[in-house]
Design a protein around this ligand. Structure first.
Ligand SMILES: [Zn+2]
Ligand SMILES: [Zn+2]
Length: 354
């Protein structure tokens, strides 16, 4: 039986999303139909919508890749999921290739990303591969399930970035950009016992970071990178953390942030690039040689790591509530515009029923 969904389509780059019906077939083998409870609005959606990034699926495409919902129909081999509340990870790996077998499913070349490779979560329903869905039926009583939408990308991506850099207790962690993903890097690194310096251009975001795990904050607005470097290095030096245990996370997705993060590298230190910018940046790459330093890229999070992330969320070590704001999905075009003009203070989670 087909399901009549309501969805918000990107029909052309830089056109407003258009609300209309989408007929979804009954789930086939290995598929589930998920009724969307909430879908987070991510900067990547803005990149697709304004035409600065081309989605892999031809337009029209339903965007949205931060979904929590309920499996309302399951293919014959996925019946165990029927009726389950689930997170739909932003990266759905194939589970069979060399990457997946090596535990690097987040980089799987055959991955499916809702709102990029397949129709996404700015809709009442979406059809997804069943294998990587993450059940959330073990959430503590009274937990606001709609908040778990941001685990599908913002929180899990932060977790994987921290894991990629092997952050451990006593490390000094510099987070450049304490917004959507960076705020969760702050919390997760702190949870693992690291000492965190948050850097941002927004006093409000820095205040939030300080309340949720950052031991030091640096307002980098209108500051020379050399001055910021001196302050950040000074703090880690005061903490007596050796440079070998310094980890910088670039989460701002700006060329300035990238240059700053690279400039924070020191002997034996590690940098993880988390944010995205289409603009190039000029760096003295040989610093890596001179410092014997390490740079990692990081993309998404393998589904098998989600239970670890959820434990931190369920027991309150990672707070979601203060970092999200609810809105009706019908306001999506206004919210995309507000995001483009940097007017959103929190991560928006959208309700498709409103
Ligand atoms: Zn995203
Ligand atoms: Zn794979």
């Amino acid at each position: 039986m087909e399901t009549r969904a309501t969805a918000y389509f990107l029909d052309a780059p830089d056109a407003p999303l258009a609300r209309r019906e989408l007929m979804l077939p009954a789930p086939g083998s290995g598929e589930c139909l998920v009724e969307v409870r909430a879908c987070g609005l991510c900067h990547t959606d803005l990149g697709f919508a304004d035409g600065s990034v081309k989605p892999k699926h031809a337009l029209p495409l339903v965007l949205g890749h931060e979904v929590v919902g309920t499996v309302v129909a399951a293919g014959p081999d996925a019946l165990r999921l029927a009726g389950q509340p689930v997170i739909v990870p932003a990266v759905l790996p194939c589970g069979r290739c060399e990457f997946c077998r090596a535990g690097r499913g987040n980089a799987c070349p055959s991955q499916q990303m809702p709102g990029n490779d397949i129709h996404g979560g700015f809709a009442t329903h979406l059809l997804v591969p069943a294998a990587s869905l993450v059940p959330v039926d073990d959430a503590p009583p009274g937990f606001a399930l709609d908040e778990l939408s941001v685990v599908a990308d913002a929180v899990s991506t932060a977790y994987q970035a921290v894991r990629r850099a092997c952050v451990a207790a006593g490390d000094a962690v510099f987070v450049i950009g304490a917004g959507g993903v960076g705020s969760f890097v702050v919390q997760i690194a702190r949870t693992l016992g690291a000492r965190v310096v948050a850097c941002d251009v927004s006093a409000e975001r820095l205040e939030m970071a300080a309340r949720h795990g950052a031991e030091a904050t640096l307002d980098v607005r209108d500051q020379e990178p050399s001055a910021v470097r001196k302050q950040a290095h000074g703090i880690a030096g005061e903490w007596k953390v050796p440079t070998l245990r310094w980890r910088a996370f670039e989460c701002s997705g700006t060329p300035q942030g990238q240059a700053l993060a690279f400039g924070l590298l020191a002997r034996g230190a590690t940098l993880v690039q988390v944010g995205y910018s289409s603009k190039p940046v000029e760096l003295r790459f040989s610093n890596l040689m001179a410092f014997d330093a390490t740079v990692h890229g990081t993309w998404g999070c393998p589904p098998e790591a989600y239970p670890d992330v959820l434990r931190m969320v369920y027991d309150g070590r990672v707070a979601l509530g203060p970092f999200v704001e609810r809105a009706p999905m019908s306001r999506i075009n206004t919210l995309l515009d507000a995001m483009a003009h940097h007017r959103l203070a929190r991560r928006m989670i959208l309700d498709p029923a409103a």
